[in-house]
Design a protein around this ligand. Structure first.
Ligand code: SF4
Length: 447
């Protein structure tokens, strides 16, 4: 018999028909307890219903404990999710102090059987402490065991998730959420759809955390996130969302709240008319702001373009700009710009360089937001090139997935430059790094 499961992180219920939960992640250093507490309070006040904090190492477990205690003393009961990479021991140590841990069990150990043993130990601790687990499998960080069998594909992501979920079922531990993120909206949507079908067939429907990882910043980061997340939510796939942006974490919340409300049927699109002629749509909007227009267009047409139900789109109507002035969408050029961005977000047409950039977290050792802007300003002419800008050397290279080039922060104001997965230059001072990257791209060589 089919079982629709609900996960519980503190007082927050995820899945099982509960409202879509909005979450974000701190980008402060976890060891800076005061700054992390202050950021959590700010994010809570702005509507974050769950907050993730990275736990880079064993010594940070104590920092998490202090952060949690301080938040409770301030009356902030927002569930805290500990973000763990690689170390099952850190996950086990921190589990008693948080409401949820996010791990990729496939990365616990190179030996798959050992990784399974370590995951079983974590499950036991989470069971004893009432801590939920998110099995978070990213496109760029699949274990060797699974890529050897299925390649680096959406199928591999879904198969990996099903194996770890199977272990949870066997251990009778069902307080679990799953995510299968990618910076590529096509890969991400296919992976979640496959997983949703596999869970239906198996019979245990675990709640899903949906998001487009390393979406970057600005309009394009928001549009990629809205395209991927809205496509899934419109199909009933997804129970909690994170819009991941290389910006202040507070900036993620408006888009996440919009998605949660729209697919919780609390708001409707500002679309006023729609004509579809063959494979072309003409849509008219009357939007109260640029942001609303951008979210509405992404959600109204992302899925249709992604699924190739449409090939062309024309936007008309108006929106209200920041000064309160009404702007004609077509005549101002906004329509062409939004359609170009939407085509790029759905991977139908690349009209400029494609950027993937992690949001940054407590592991980030340099000014990531500034680095992304610098890289963008000097490389935006490179059509058909994918450049990744990543915050740390520990996870950055693994998470870059299908980027052609990588610009990865090492710490101490130094950067590594990658071509695909191959590091070409290490320890480049940040002031020179964008120029060195550009030289290498223009040379196109691995020498
Ligand atoms: S790649 Fe970015 S988001 Fe991921 S752990 Fe490193 S700094 Fe944090």
């Amino acid at each position: 018999m089919k079982q629709i499961l609900t996960a519980k992180a503190g007082d927050v219920l995820i899945g099982g028909g509960n409202p879509i939960v909005v979450q974000t992640m701190c980008n402060t250093h976890t060891s800076d307890v005061e700054a992390t507490v202050a950021q959590c309070v700010r994010l809570h006040d702005l509507g974050a219903q769950m907050i993730r904090i990275t736990v880079p190492g064993q010594s940070d477990v104590e920092h998490i404990r202090k952060i949690k205690d301080s938040l409770l003393a301030l009356g902030v009961t927002t569930p805290i999710v500990a973000d763990i990479h690689f170390s099952s021991q850190t996950a086990i140590s921190v589990a008693p102090y948080v409401e949820k841990v996010r791990i990729n069990p496939g990365n616990f150990h190179k030996d798959h059987e050992e990784a399974k043993k370590q995951f079983a130990r974590l499950i036991q601790i989470c069971k004893e402490n009432g801590t939920a687990i998110r099995v978070g499998i990213n496109h760029g960080s699949l274990g060797d065991y699974i890529t050897n069998l299925y390649g680096n594909t959406p199928e591999a992501m879904a198969k990996a998730a099903m194996e770890w979920l199977g272990m949870c079922i066997k251990e009778d531990f069902l307080n679990v959420v799953v995510s299968l993120k990618s910076s590529n909206t096509v890969v991400m949507v296919e992976a979640y759809r496959r997983l949703a079908r596999a869970m239906e067939e198996e019979g245990h429907i675990f709640p899903l955390h949906v998001g487009v990882t390393e979406a970057g910043n600005g309009d394009s980061g928001r549009m990629k996130s809205c395209v991927g997340i809205s496509t899934l939510l419109s199909e009933g796939i997804g129970d909690t969302v994170r819009v991941s942006l290389t910006e202040d974490p507070a900036d993620e919340l408006p888009a996440a709240k919009y998605l949660s409300m729209r697919y919780g049927r609390k708001i409707v699109s500002s679309l006023t008319s729609l004509t579809i002629n063959g494979r072309k749509a003409v849509a008219s909007y009357d939007s109260p702001s640029w942001e609303t227009l951008l979210f509405d267009v992404s959600c109204d047409f992302g899925k249709r373009l992604l699924d190739r139900d449409l090939d062309e789109l024309e936007l008309t109507g108006q929106y209200v700009d920041d000064s309160g002035k009404k702007v004609r969408i077509k005549e101002s050029g906004a329509g062409t710009y939004l359609v170009d961005e939407l085509m790029q977000a759905t991977r139908r047409k690349f009209y400029r360089t494609e950027y993937i950039a992690c949001p940054g977290c407590g592991r980030t050792m340099y000014d990531l937001q500034k680095a992304l802007e610098e890289v963008k300003s000097k490389t935006s002419h490179l059509k058909d090139t994918v450049i990744a800008v990543m915050g740390c050397i520990v996870n950055g290279p693994g998470e870059m997935a299908d980027a052609d080039w990588g610009y990865v922060g090492e710490g101490n104001n130094k950067v590594s430059i990658y071509k695909g997965k191959i590091p070409l230059l290490r320890h480049v001072p940040q002031e020179e790094a964008v120029d060195r990257l550009l030289e290498l791209i223009e040379k196109g060589s691995v020498s």
